[in-house]
Design a protein around this ligand. Structure first.
Ligand code: RIB
Length: 313
């Protein structure tokens, strides 16, 4: 099998995580939390997810001129991710995310983007050859919107599939969706993008239909433990997830997107690729932290071997 070539254009963060029994209310202090500082950022997480699954990954991004940035680049090198298109921007800090995770594994996240907000279209153009030769390009929304649109257009012109995770949700420019092959909102993002309160299959389908009407080609709404709803014109499929014990859902969506890119690049059908992506996302939710939680290909295979032989993965 060929090695999937994946390009990720996106954010790099250092996550400051406090684990709490329950989320504090506004003005309240909760204590006795545990602290960790794992590597994060939606772009970086997707890049690491794809690399651990065996892909050849190029990450286009920026870090600040601080030790967090240097550590991030060292981590990517350890993961065998191409770092030559990650620029160090001494005028700002590396992105930081402050995260609280409660006893149910749910999180709230506040991001100070720093260098992520300084990524430019010229940064992307420097990696144009890699983008044109990629099997898939992964995009999210923690970098400037014009860079996302520019990358999607560049990839689409070269007929490279674009997987777009609209996270964190933001209003989308009218022309973006025509360059995107797969848009992968979670329930909250699907709701913000469409005005539909998404909580189950029916509401996810309504939201997805609105995204199709707005120009999306294929919508994959991730529904956590309920799986993922794949909606194309004239066809809707609910791909079930797998039962796991959730520790922390941070980066589960990133793991899903990285898994989807690798599975599609490896030639799986859309349904089988989404099924596999659900497994990658579910495994990421079983461990604390963003990048520390992302499974390797061997871990995914071991998990799959525990499932029913008839499961479509
Ligand atoms: O998707 C999870 C990520 O969102 C975290 O790693 C954090 O950095 C924020 O960007």
């Amino acid at each position: 099998m060929h090695v999937p070539r994946i390009v990720v254009v996106g954010s790099i963060n250092t996550d400051m995580v406090v684990q709490v029994e329950r989320m504090p209310a506004i003005g309240e202090t909760v204590t006795a939390g545990r602290f960790a500082m794992p590597a994060g950022g939606k772009g970086a997480n997707q890049a690491v997810a794809a690399a651990r699954l065996g892909a050849d990954v190029t990450l286009v991004a920026r870090v600040g001129g601080d030790p967090f940035g240097a550590n991030a680049i060292q981590n990517f090198e350890n993961e065998r991710i191409r770092t030559s298109f990650i620029r160090r921007d001494d005028s700002t800090h590396t992105g930081v995310a402050v995260i609280m995770v409660d006893a149910r594994g749910q999180n709230v996240i506040a991001v100070a983007p720093g260098a992520n907000a300084a990524v430019t279209c010229a940064d992307v153009d420097r990696a144009a050859d890699h983008i044109r030769r990629a099997h898939a390009v992964l995009l999210q929304l923690e970098i400037p919107m014009d860079v996302v649109v520019h990358t999607a257009r560049l990839a689409a012109e070269a007929r490279v599939p674009v997987i777009f995770d609209p996270a964190p949700a933001a209003p989308l420019p009218a022309d973006l969706l025509k360059y995107v092959d797969y848009i992968t909102p979670n329930e909250t993002e699907a709701g913000r993008l469409t005005g539909v309160a998404v909580s189950d299959r029916a509401t996810a389908e309504t939201a997805a239909q609105r995204l199709l009407a707005a120009g999306a080609r294929r919508v994959i709404v991730t529904l956590g433990a309920q799986g993922a709803l794949v909606v194309e014109r004239g066809r809707t499929t609910l791909v079930p997830s797998v039962a796991v014990t959730v520790q922390d859902t941070t980066a589960a969506g990133d793991a899903f997107n990285g898994g989807l890119a690798v599975a599609l690049a490896a030639g799986l059908t859309l349904e089988a690729a989404v099924r596999r992506a659900c497994v990658v996302g579910a495994l990421a939710a079983t461990r604390m932290g963003a990048q520390p939680s992302l499974p390797t290909a061997a871990e995914v295979e071991t998990f799959l071997a525990t499932l029913s032989p008839n499961a479509p993965v």
